[in-house]
Design a protein around this ligand. Sequence first.
Ligand code: HEC
Length: 107
Amino acid sequence: MPMPADAEGAYVYRRCTRCHIAENFHDKRYGRIGWELVLLRMQFLNGARFEQGERARIRTYLLERKRADPIWEVGEVVLLAAGASGGVIWLLRWRRNRSGDPANDRL
Ligand code: HEC
């Protein structure tokens, strides 16, 4: 896999090939949420170390060069919203169930 010729690309490929080869991400296409989730996973699950502002810098490059179709991005937003509202509903039910009213057991 040749390094990108531009300086920013070379920086990103250098940063992202410490643990795996560039084939892992070279042909991937994600939206804003998708790339942020990839970078967060690299950082917090896989142990990548980013300096202050580095994640945003890398995400900007990835979004410029490896951005998914608009329809994919809509899907990312829908999934995030569904996940978030699912969490809120779960929390509300959990709080209500904790109140100990037997009527809640039927829900
Ligand atoms: C500290 C090690 C490490 C660094 C640095 C790292 N990765 Fe990863 N990456 C992993 C591991 C481990 C996996 C496999 C497990 C997984 O998918 O989370 C992986 C998998 C991936 C995948 C495939 C999974 C998917 O969601 O498509 C992508 C894309 C990816 N990395 C992108 C990146 C990018 C972009 C960078 C640069 C910011 C990066 N990685 C830097 C460890 C790392």
